[in-house]
Write a protein that binds this ligand. Structure first.
Ligand code: 13P
Length: 249
């Protein structure tokens, strides 16, 4: 399975950042076929970033979209519109969206269907809050989010899952390596129950939450961690290149 190194730029950057794909490639040459790079900029940068990434073997993705194709949804972007920019991925159900913008499991499932229908690849984010972990309910919470956020009719194909513990995002804190392994195992077994081992084994499960060059190698070495979803460290191409290099180790 390929390792996916994905940077979620959140609401950072400007059109000048379209030079970052080339900068990244100067720092991390296209020598490793096993590492895929994905940059997820704010919506207004999608098309320029797609153009700037041509020939560089870098995927571009959106950070969210609406579940409807079009309509009176002021401020929203549909999956069709994302596809029109040439982007290939959409992050869905990020904890910031769940906490601040009303994304529920059910809505994430509807968005996922819309994304898959237009041939884009969804990255569904799940993760427990600190209180859930303290209460010993991390697996239960992640399992419930997973089952509610994957559409009822999904076949398990064309799907990426990202485990992002809410308390690890932007805090510099990470779960222990054992805890990451435990949750990734749990996610894999939920997927296996639902889709069967043959399909479940092909689903990439990423880890996200304070991934940086210093901890990337240890996290990415875990058997069931097929990549990383990176916030802060993904804004800087030097850090991102170091993380990508760690993935290739
Ligand atoms: P940080 O890497 O800044 O913790 O953010 C993780 C994240 O939210 C990626 O989606």
């Amino acid at each position: 399975m390929k390792t996916l190194i994905a940077a979620n730029w959140k609401m950072h950057g400007n059109l000048g950042w379209a030079q970052k794909p080339a900068e990244f490639r100067r720092l991390f040459a296209q020598s490793n076929d096993n590492v895929e790079i994905l940059l997820c900029p704010p919506a207004h940068m999608l098309e320029p970033m797609v153009n700037a990434s041509k020939g560089l073997d870098i995927y571009i993705g959106a950070q969210n979209c609406h579940d409807q194709i079009s309509g009176a949804y002021t401020g929203e972007l549909s999956a069709v519109m994302v596809a029109e920019t040439g982007a290939q991925y959409v992050i869905l159900g990020h904890s910031e969206r769940r906490a601040m913008f009303g994304d529920t499991d059910k809505w994430v499932a509807a968005k996922t269907s819309a994304v898959q229908k237009v041939g884009l690849k969804p990255i569904i984010c799940v993760g427990e809050r600190r209180a859930d972990r303290v209460a010993g309910q991390a697996e239960e919470v992640v399992g419930a989010q997973l089952s509610g956020s994957i559409p009822p009719k999904a076949d398990g194909k064309n799907l990426v899952i990202a485990y992002e513990p809410v308390w690890a995002i932007g805090t510099g804190l990470t779960p222990t390596i054992e805890d990451i392994a435990t949750i990734h195992d749990h996610i894999r077994s939920c997927l296996t129950k639902r889709f069967g081992v043959r399909i479940a084994d092909k689903i990439q499960i990423l880890y996200g939450g304070s991934v940086k060059p210093e901890n990337a190698e240890e996290i990415l070495a875990l058997g069931d961690v097929a990549g990383a979803l990176i916030g802060g460290a993904g804004l800087d191409m030097k850090s991102l290149a170091a993380i990508a290099a760690a993935a290739g180790e």
